[in-house]
Design a protein around this ligand. Structure first.
Ligand code: DQA
Length: 166
């Protein structure tokens, strides 16, 4: 066996780090902390904690680590995305109303180096016209909408399998 070159070591290091990581960050935007009581006819009766717990169970079954973050502030979401670089292999994000307005969140996601899956509880294409445009979709590898909590679980599953393919 030849002695290891710098490239061999670099390759090994990348491989080991990849093997260790498999981490997904779940980000929920404004007003999603109100789930359960907020327009339940549209968003259902489950709370954000219910959804996050279901995602944790799903992730545990897939052998993936997840962290959950919710904020009503655009800047805080941008900062969370910036900090995810190098720490999380994928981001699952429901940017809520910021989907339709935030160039800043779209730009932060475009600068992020991992997989991005966008989720919406409701079918944004069946509602008000202004909800049909999501700036965030321009930075997403995949988009799931209209499936309620199930959409988050599918997003975690998709993110985990996309990470494995990398
Ligand atoms: C939402 C859809 C958005 O249009 C809305 O502003 C939300 C939630 C959804 O999950 O269906 O707050 O992202």
């Amino acid at each position: 066996m030849h002695s290891q070159t710098f490239d061999d070591i670099k390759q090994k290091d990348i491989f080991v780090r990849k093997g260790e990581m498999r981490r997904i960050l779940i980000i929920n935007g404004p007003n999603l902390n109100m789930l359960g009581t907020r327009q339940p006819e549209i968003y259902g009766r489950e709370t954000l904690a219910d959804i996050e717990n279901a995602c944790r169970n799903k992730a545990a079954g897939l052998g993936v680590e997840i962290e959950c973050f919710q904020s009503n502030g655009e800047g805080e979401i941008v900062t969370a995305i910036q900090r995810a670089r190098g720490k999380f292999d994928a981001i699952v994000i429901n940017p809520a109303a910021y989907s339709h307005t935030s160039v800043a969140i779209m730009d932060a996601l475009l600068a992020y180096d991992g997989t991005v899956i966008e989720v919406h509880l409701s079918n944004i294409h069946r509602r008000d016209e202004f909800r049909r445009l999501s700036y965030v979709s321009k930075a997403a590898d995949g988009v799931i909408c209209g499936l309620g909590k199930q959409g988050y679980l599918l997003a975690v599953e998709a993110a985990a399998s996309l990470i494995d393919r990398e």
